[in-house]
Design a protein around this ligand. Structure first.
Ligand SMILES: *Cc1c(COP(=O)(O)O)cnc(C)c1O
Length: 395
């Protein structure tokens, strides 16, 4: 045995934290980091949010888990609230994003199967997509580096270039069941899908009898300044996977569906042991209490503008380091001219945490509760990092 007792699958930063306070993470020896990584868009309300702490501690003393063999009132309540606030009629709770996607994929296939169209099981996805790390979701994501060495790729996923509508129309066959897309690609490098394209996808699905599946695991739950990112386009899906922000740090995911799309998911065809348990639901309901509060999302959108304008100014000042600023809401990307890993490390040197993404981008995903002052503090640190990189490059 060598090294750590933990699988070597993560290239971790040599950094660990002892506690968190809002947008701040604090090491054992008291060093404070501004957390604009947000646990990869998970800590939607920051660290130690009083409403989440209260909801979880109250539930901890009452009941943790009974399984889905019984009614779970907190689960029914969260499902009803999600249904009331979205396109959906039905919800299935999971513990992660990948499981929410698995549920969406299975639901789409069962929809056609139940209607006698057994040949329709293929799902079209887009280059640069990320849908999780299970066998089916790595096939959906289609990234070679995640598929390599794990045996035959799960059958039934066809990938087309991002934004290539001609290739997409050609990829639709009598075997196609659905189109799956992230309204804003996260891991792929904060690439927003234009509203026009989402509208076109909706039309294509309607014309061809396909289901439209949105993966809002990263861009959902207030991240873009709407409850869900697709709301900006006015287009609604038939199925949607969510996770990350809905649990605020507690593992929660869900698949949302119209009743028609969910029509094949009858008793016994799908299940989960942990999904939707009392602890998870207590936290999910508490997250919604805050995110759906009057004015919260408008404030996210306002703060996002402040942040994007500040980033644009830094980008203008250091064109040799930053190519462009992209993204929407508090899901912003710095497209780097130098290696994104270097930029991420320079930010960390300034005690600001960010997340590298594909396409040489560094992602900024601060808690939605970040204050104007914390945004200004973060911009100052980002500028300092850009300055140090630019000085290093010219020396
Ligand atoms: C993180 C992510 C997933 C996978 O979620 P896990 O909880 O890691 O399984 C799926 N889709 C998108 C868009 C994601 O960002």
């Amino acid at each position: 045995m060598s090294g750590s007792a933990i699988y070597d699958t993560f290239a971790r930063a040599p950094l660990s934290f002892d506690r968190g306070e809002g947008v701040w993470l604090i090491t054992q020896d008291g060093q404070r980091y501004l957390d604009f990584a947000g646990g990869i868009a998970v800590n939607s309300l920051g660290h130690g949010h009083p409403a989440l702490v209260a909801a979880l501690t109250e539930q901890v003393g009452k009941l943790w888990h009974t399984s889905n063999l019984y009614e779970i009132p907190e689960q029914t309540r969260l499902a009803e609230r999600l249904v009331a606030a979205t396109f959906a009629d039905k919800v299935f709770f999971t513990n992660s994003g990948a499981e929410a996607l698995e549920c969406a994929i299975k639901t789409a296939r069962r929809y056609h199967y139940a209607a006698g169209r057994v040949e329709r099981f293929r799902i079209i996805t887009f280059e640069g997509a990320f849908h999780g790390r299970t066998l089916a979701t790595i096939a959906a994501g289609g990234q070679k580096k995640y598929l390599e060495g794990f045996g035959p790729k799960v059958e039934g996923f066809d990938q087309v270039p991002f934004g290539d509508m001609e290739a997409l129309e050609k990829a639709i066959t009598p075997e196609t069941a659905a189109i799956l897309i992230e309204p804003v690609q996260g891991e792929g490098g904060i690439r927003e899908v234009p509203a026009q394209i989402l509208k076109h996808l909706r039309e294509l699905c309607d014309r061809n009898g396909l289901l439209l599946i949105f993966d809002e695991v990263q861009c959902g739950v207030g991240r873009t300044g709407k409850f869900f990112a697709h709301e900006w386009s006015g287009v609604t899906p038939d199925l949607m996977a969510i996770a990350k922000g809905i649990g605020g740090g507690f593992p929660v995911g869900a698949c949302l569906a119209t009743s028609e799309a969910a029509s094949g998911m009858i008793a016994g065809v799908h299940g989960t042991t942990f999904g939707g348990n009392q602890l998870a639901m207590a936290v999910g309901n508490a997250v919604l209490d805050v995110v759906l509060e009057q004015g919260f999302l408008e404030d996210v959108a306002r703060k996002a503008l402040l942040m994007k304008q500040g980033l644009a100014a830094i980008s203008d000042e250091f064109p040799q380091i930053i190519e462009e600023i992209r993204g929407t809401g508090l899901m912003l990307g710095i497209k780097c001219k130098v290696e994104n890993g270097k930029v991420n490390a320079a930010l960390r040197d300034q005690h600001l945490l960010a997340v590298p993404a594909g396409d040489n981008v560094v992602r900024l995903l601060p808690p939605l509760t970040v204050s104007d002052e914390e945004i200004r503090e973060g911009l100052g640190r980002i500028r300092a990092a850009a300055k140090s990189l630019s000085e290093a490059a010219s020396s």
